[in-house]
Design a protein around this ligand. Structure first.
Ligand SMILES: Cc1cc2nc3c(=O)[nH]c(=O)nc-3n(C[C@H](O)[C@H](O)[C@H](O)COP(=O)(O)OP(=O)(O)OC[C@H]3O[C@@H](n4cnc5c(N)ncnc54)[C@H](O)[C@@H]3O)c2cc1C
Length: 654
């Protein structure tokens, strides 16, 4: 019997250690339940969900507006999105669910008759006919098959291939898409000219979506993630409509740039620039800084911008595996130029097309124009630049202001207008020069294109509170890196208090608005779990189960010792009393197994990974399971909710 008492004492000691982190914090200052850093879609969705759960939440935002990389600019009298424009696939997309709920108008940009909405020009400005398109599309489809095959099954022996399949999620690739394309061209015997032409096509496809050059994107993981089915849609009234709806009830402090988070004690102190004496205090902090800001925060030196604005000092420093993953993932650059005309009749027979693609000799430079006349009913073309070109374009005026020369791009023929600039460049001047570059590509294709009467140009890499447009799987990174960025940080009492959300914390939805939204909901649920764990019955339920099991097992063993049973004989292979050391060993094993389970599940988080590996194989059910997490905070009607739950049930049943 004494073994039972001994185990009860052990459990009591363990449980008293467990309650240490929830000892009350005395003091007069205001202590929030949660401080959220950043008022983008991830911060706002988390704050909204937490507020609905009854938590006292404050959101600190560096800028004088909310929305982050969702920014609808009305300065031209039209709602033009400087950041995100599209809802990428509407099937089970939570953002689309919100537009339906709030009756926000959406318009498709890619219909099933996709081919009819897209016109292509080659790099010499010649319109491609259907036959040419077929050849190029066919070659690209062939390349994609080759890319997937060579990325997953490199020239390894069968054992390695098997290993690759099982551990794909956390195996990196030193190969870029460019490396695979080089192999492809060699194997297919493409001439230099054909290869160059095909490179334009491949770059066009990748750089405009991944916001990075193909030499920087991981060949193995470029396609990771879930594709939501259905149409791609834009919001003619602007993405801000979603932001406004989910933020209306929240306590948001604008122009509050956070520069230090001290999580060495409870409560955590969050310092705002210019207010060093009055940190915001909270039991839990959710960080939703964009990956670009995190990168410069952990490296301590700004990469592109010569400014420490927005950079956050974490005390103590973040764990090394998180820092490594932040460094490994890529932060792409993709910028927009809205060209507003009096009319777009210069497009002539192309005026009915929604997408105009003009392959440019320069990678990432103005190869893609969206005709907004189709969705907005206004004579506006939206031009894009991305990847290395986009980065250089943004850096240009920094180089000029410091060294007086115009940087690499100025040597390029398309950059001719920039050469006229001297000295530090004003925003207006910069915009004019960038618009000229976009117009050059348009004028190579269409005659008599007038000057736009107005324009808007974005510079996301130069924005100190973004430091880039969105994340991408860079060469050498894996989906596991996205999870490491998402991982909460434990304090010294093994309780999670510092949490991370944002598009770059979502291995299956990175780089998107829905990814940001879902990451916020995920973090709100995590914080709620840890709050209840630290304050409520769950920790006690765990202790109760541990004590009951410990006592039960030891009593069972004690009884077993006394009354020699057939089972004991069978198990031990002999008929004698179970020795004391065996009793102690088994009891210890049970308690140890429970502590390990707690550690692996809640601290290391290994079980969710393990199950994800299986569940993610079914994209649609995975998508629905994420949506189901968000449903309770979307305030849908009971019928709408029921439909999604039925769908979810079907997934579980199958
Ligand atoms: C040009 C462009 C086009 C895009 N197109 C699409 C698209 O069509 N469809 C799509 O789904 N996605 C698109 N995206 C991506 C999408 O916009 C983002 O994935 C999403 O908005 C990210 O939300 P977030 O909350 O993670 O980050 P953010 O929106 O960046 O929010 C982070 C917030 O933190 C704030 N902040 C930063 N530093 C500090 C600090 N030190 N203190 C306090 N606050 C700070 C920022 O100001 C910001 O408000 C696009 C992005 C860009 C830039």
């Amino acid at each position: 019997m004494w073994v039972g008492y001994w185990i009860i004492s052990l459990c009591l000691i363990l449980s008293s250690i467990a309650v240490l982190p929830i000892l009350p914090v005395f003091g007069e200052e205001k202590i929030y339940d949660v401080v959220v850093v950043g008022a983008g879609i991830s911060g706002l969705s988390a704050a909204d969900a937490l507020t609905q759960m009854g938590y006292d939440v404050v959101v600190l935002e560096a800028k004088d507006r909310i929305g982050g990389r969702m920014w609808t600019d009305n300065s031209t009298g039209m709602p033009l999105d400087r950041g995100a424009s599209w809802i990428h696939g509407i099937k089970y997309n939570p953002i689309f669910v919100l537009t339906e709920k709030y009756h926000i108008r959406t318009e498709p940009t890619v219909s099933d008759a996709h081919q009819k909405s897209h016109v292509y020009y080659d790099s010499n400005g010649n319109r491609m006919d259907d036959a040419q398109r077929k050849v190029i599309d066919g070659r690209f489809a062939d390349f994609q098959k080759y890319l997937d095959k060579s990325a997953y099954y490199p020239e390894h022996p069968i054992k390695e291939q098997l290993f690759d399949q099982i551990f794909l999620y956390s195996r990196d690739s030193e190969k870029s898409i460019q490396n695979i394309l080089d192999n492809y061209a060699r194997e297919k015997g493409l001439s230099d000219k054909d290869k160059a032409e095909f490179e334009h096509v491949a770059n066009y496809h990748f750089v405009n979506t991944w916001a990075a050059d193909i030499s920087e994107i991981s060949a193995r993981h470029y396609g990771m993630g879930i594709e939501y089915g259905g149409e791609e849609k834009v919001l003619p009234g602007g993405y801000v409509q979603i932001i406004d709806k989910i933020s209306s009830e929240l306590d948001i402090r604008l122009s509050h740039p956070v520069n230090k988070i001290d999580y060495s004690s409870n409560p955590i102190s969050v310092y705002v620039e210019g207010m060093p004496e009055q940190p915001f205090k909270a039991e839990y902090v959710l960080v939703t800084l964009p990956l670009g800001v995190l990168k410069d925060s952990v490296s301590g030196k700004p990469s592109l911008l010569d400014s420490t604005k927005g950079i956050v000092n974490f005390t103590p420093p973040l764990p090394q595996n998180k820092v490594d993953s932040i460094n490994k993932l890529g932060m792409g650059v993709m910028n927009k130029a809205y060209l507003i005309f009096n009319d777009i009749s210069f497009l002539e027979k192309d005026a009915d097309y929604q997408f105009i693609s003009i392959m440019n000799k320069e990678k990432g430079a103005w190869s893609f124009f969206l005709n907004l006349n189709k969705s907005l009913g206004k004579p506006v073309l939206l031009a894009f630049n991305s990847g290395d070109y986009g980065k250089k374009l943004e850096q240009l005026d920094f180089k000029r202001s410091s060294s007086g020369n115009a940087g690499n791009l100025a040597n390029h023929s398309y950059a001719e207008p920039l050469k006229e600039l001297v000295g530090p460049v004003e925003q207006d001047e910069y915009e004019r020069a960038v618009v000229n570059l976009a117009m050059e590509n348009l004028r190579r294709t269409y005659k008599d294109v007038p000057e736009p009467k107005e324009a808007l140009v974005t510079r996301w890499a130069s924005d100190p509170y973004s430091r880039g447009s969105y994340s991408y799987p860079a060469v050498g990174s894996t989906p596991k890196d996205y999870e490491n960025v998402a991982e909460h940080v434990m304090d010294k009492f093994f309780s999670a208090r510092l949490f991370f959300a944002g598009e770059a914390t979502e291995p299956n939805n990175w780089g998107t608005v829905h990814g940001g939204y879902l990451s916020g909901i995920r973090s709100a649920n995590d914080i709620d779990f840890w709050y209840r764990w630290n304050h409520g019955y769950e920790r006690w339920a765990y202790v109760f189960v541990a004590v009951t099991l410990g006592v039960g097992v030891s009593w069972g063993i004690a009884a077993w010792q006394r009354y020699e049973t057939n089972l004991a004989m069978t198990l031990l292979g002999r008929s004698q009393e179970v020795p004391l050391y065996m009793t102690v060993l088994i009891s210890f094993t049970v308690v140890f197994a429970m502590v390990m389970y707690y550690w692996l599940e809640f601290v290391v988080g290994i079980f969710p990974d393990f199950f994800d590996f299986f569940t993610q194989s079914d994209d649609e059910c995975y998508t629905i399971s994420r949506l189901i997490d968000a449903i309770p905070y979307m305030n849908l009607s009971p019928q709408e909710e029921a439909t999604f739950y039925q769908q979810y049930q079907r997934c579980i049943d199958t």
